[in-house]
Design a protein around this ligand. Structure first.
Ligand SMILES: *Cc1c(COP(=O)(O)O)cnc(C)c1O
Length: 364
């Protein structure tokens, strides 16, 4: 008897991940507002060290990641031994899930939480439990109600992608306090540098004194290094030691490690990006409201814009209109968000072009 080769059932039922579109057929240099990338390119300091590193690309990278871990430790006044670097923070999500979850365990996330928790959780055979949101905001009580004996990880993006909303430091603290010690709280602070809400905290203080919380950060967003793939996690020592066992020694590459150290030191670039983002978000929020749209207030470098559920001014039609104008937004596939487009903050001329195209769409 011949038996066909079959993938594991939990993988067969997964939908393939759809990346933000980057091209439009027939249009040269489209305005790409689909992946929350930095509008001004990479940090110039990072670019400079990449040139210096090129002659050494025949050498393996430093498997200990010590230069970057030490630089992060100095900047944030934390212990280097509790830091792990990943091929994007996305790899650290994967490693944490693989370290803690067995098939049948539950991962709790917010209704409109970051899709990568689901992708890696499902691949591991975990059951994904989504806690309903209120006004597109993570609801701590709903998250706590969703926790059962089988829960191993609660994953929260703060600020969240794709909603753009955030929880305050004290809300996350309460969530952590009320979770059983057997549950890991994963605080994904990919957009920390963009948050302007005074009550926001990235989670450093919680992780410093906790045994069941980790904070994830990335160089893909404000530092403009998405293409290099580099992120990091701050963990309790015992968790760092466990994850180190499955982190492959060369998961982060030479260029990424050196560029991240340089970018971390590029205060001028970060300050410029923050100032730009704050002004551009304010301008876009007003502009979108003025043309009759309903954007959700954001703490990030993107805006989730609500369109009409009824024809003709739907998100789907708006996306087609933007694409025809050479602008790429991010449509939302999640039930409950199909009336939305996520639009990243670009340079001023790009944002103005998006606003102009949407104004045309709304009045046509
Ligand atoms: C972009 C993003 C990340 C970062 O992913 P990288 O793998 O570091 O590029 C992580 N979490 C959220 C919520 C994000 O939006």
């Amino acid at each position: 008897m011949m038996r066909a080769l079959k993938a594991r059932p939990n993988i067969q039922t997964m939908a393939p991940y759809v990346q933000g579109q980057s091209e439009i057929g027939g249009i040269k240099n489209p305005i790409k507002l689909s992946s929350n990338e930095a509008p001004f390119g990479p940090s110039p300091k990072a670019l400079a060290v990449i040139d210096q590193e090129k002659p050494y690309l025949h050498r393996y990278p430093d498997g200990d990641q010590s230069e970057l871990r030490n630089a992060l430790a100095r900047k944030y006044a934390i212990e280097p031994s509790r830091i792990l670097c990943g091929n994007g923070s996305e790899e650290l999500i994967l490693l944490l899930i693989r370290t803690f979850m067995e098939p049948g365990d539950e991962l709790v996330m917010s209704e409109f939480g970051f899709v990568m928790y689901e992708v890696h959780g499902q691949a591991q055979g975990a059951k994904i439990v989504r806690a309903p949101e209120r006004n597109f905001r993570t609801d701590i009580d709903a998250i706590l109600r969703a926790v059962t004996e089988k829960t191993k990880i609660v994953a929260i993006a703060n600020p969240n992608n794709p909603t753009g909303t955030c929880l305050s430091g004290s809300e996350i603290e309460r969530l952590h306090r009320e979770l059983p010690p057997s549950v890991l709280l994963m605080i994904d602070s990919a957009y920390a540098e963009y948050a302007t809400d005074k009550a926001y905290e990235p989670g450093l203080d919680i992780v410093r004194n906790a045994e069941n919380a980790v904070m994830l950060r990335t160089f893909s967003k404000i530092y403009g290094l998405a293409g290099l793939r580099i992120g990091w996690a701050y963990c309790p020592q015992a968790i760092a030691d466990m994850v180190q066992r499955i982190r492959t020694p060369f998961n982060t590459n030479r260029l990424a490690l050196r560029a991240a150290v340089a970018a971390l030191d590029d205060d001028e670039f970060v300050a410029k990006s923050q100032a730009h983002n704050q002004a551009a978000v304010a301008r876009m929020m007003t502009g979108l409201q003025e043309i009759g749209l309903n954007p959700i207030p954001t703490e990030t470098n993107f805006i989730l814009v609500q369109f009409s559920i009824d024809s003709p001014k739907t998100a789907e039609r708006a996306a087609a209109h933007l694409l025809a104008a050479g602008i790429i937004p991010r449509p939302m596939g999640a039930p409950g968000l199909r009336h939305c487009l996520r639009i990243s903050i670009g340079q001023d001329h790009e944002n103005e072009a998006a606003l102009k195209a949407l104004a045309q769409f709304m009045t046509a």
